[in-house]
Design a protein around this ligand. Sequence first.
Ligand SMILES: NC(=O)c1ccc[n+]([C@@H]2O[C@H](COP(=O)([O-])OP(=O)(O)OC[C@H]3O[C@@H](n4cnc5c(N)ncnc54)[C@H](O)[C@@H]3O)[C@@H](O)[C@H]2O)c1
Ligand SMILES: N[C@H](CO)Cc1c[nH]c[nH+]1
Ligand SMILES: [Zn+2]
Length: 430
Amino acid sequence: MKTLSATSKTFADELAAFCRAAEPSPEIAASVAAILADVRARGDEAVSYYAAKFDSAKLRAKEFRVKPTLIADAAKKLPAAERKAIEAAHANILAYNRKNLPANWTAKNKHGAEVGEKFDPIRRVGLYIPGGQVPLVSTVLMTATMAKIAGCPQIAAFTPSDPSGKVSPSLLAALHIAGVDEVYRIGGVQAVGAMAYGTTTIPAVDKIFGPGNAYVCEAKRQVFGTVGVDSLPGPSELMVIADDTARADFVAADLLAQAEHGSGREKIYLVATSQKIIDAISGEIQSQLKLIARSEKTQAVLTGGFLAIEAPAPDQIADIANYVAPEHLEIITKPAAEKKLLRAITTAGAIFLGNHTPTALGDFTAGPSHVLPTARTARFSSGLRTADFMRRTSIVRYAAASVKKANDVTSRFAAMEKLDAHGRSVKIRA
Ligand SMILES: NC(=O)c1ccc[n+]([C@@H]2O[C@H](COP(=O)([O-])OP(=O)(O)OC[C@H]3O[C@@H](n4cnc5c(N)ncnc54)[C@H](O)[C@@H]3O)[C@@H](O)[C@H]2O)c1
Ligand SMILES: N[C@H](CO)Cc1c[nH]c[nH+]1
Ligand SMILES: [Zn+2]
């Protein structure tokens, strides 16, 4: 763990350097570009090659797609307790995301013409469901649910298989419950390439959704333009802002939870109002680390990806949070400070308030999607929601009376832009 004081002269540079380490390195960018180019050139053959190389899975093209019967079967055999959990989370996610379904609208402009917007589902969407370290069953619900609410007619999901070609049965069951039956046992950059360019067996999608490790995230960045991408949700991040009302054991548990994801590039930040609080939480982290499974990968994040910052003043804390733009932000402070911080912090992916709101609730079941921007991209993008699965089209209708009212304005613009034919096309109707 690295500890900084927000009042030190070198603080801004040190914080910037720490954050830069979350961005994809030139080496990652170059290797991703090479894989994407190969998938574009060789299609299925390249997808098979990289599935063998990175996932040790020997897959022929005709085996990429998971048979729909296998997906339905996984749902049938799902243990009752797992079904109950998936259905309960699904209900919350559905309810939350139905609220952000955009509605068509029309209004009259100053000329009396009709103007408005209509929203349509994107025709074919691809969902990336991470599965390199562990199968993220919840990501199925956090993406597919919104695609369904939006009404996307074609939804294809991609997730890496294990070396024997198997995909987690719980993940397949979640896909069935969410209503997705086009599933490919392909992950990583090769899955993003297949979604973007299409192959003989995998039709290209119009937009790619979902989180992934640094390679997957960089691949999405590189294919943007050929296809749409939702945002850049990469390795998980959490910043906890804690004063002396924060329970050290709770904060430690939450930091360990996001460090646990295991790609090795996760980032955790503790911003505390005193060194005493940092010490108490660090002590808790060390004792709780002994209690969790897969602790070596978590330990690696604690060593290289954990930054503690002592910052006593709320303004300073808000500046730090706005700079880092963390994927998840927990604010565990006295009510007055919470109110101030909530107003001043404008760039976090998702905010969790108080001692009883661990980020894991948002990961699994609270309602908003856990697909959230990382690596400072929350400065300009937000978490996934239903509208991301839709296209918006503006609509305009002038009648003879309203076009007359617009003629003066359009002829002036046509003159300023020296575009005579533009002006004439309105004048001829006025
Ligand atoms: N920001 C979010 O919204 C969000 C949500 C959920 C999960 N996550 C993050 O998603 C990540 C999931 O990572 P994961 O690794 O478990 O699964 P993943 O499915 O994202 O990536 C696994 C794939 O990466 C590819 N890969 C591995 N090493 C490679 C290399 N050297 N070169 C090229 N490709 C390589 C392999 O093809 C493998 O199938 C975690 O970091 C987690 O924190 C983020
Ligand atoms: N914390 C991840 C988002 O960064 C979401 C997740 C899924 N499963 C567990 N956690
Ligand atoms: Zn998580």
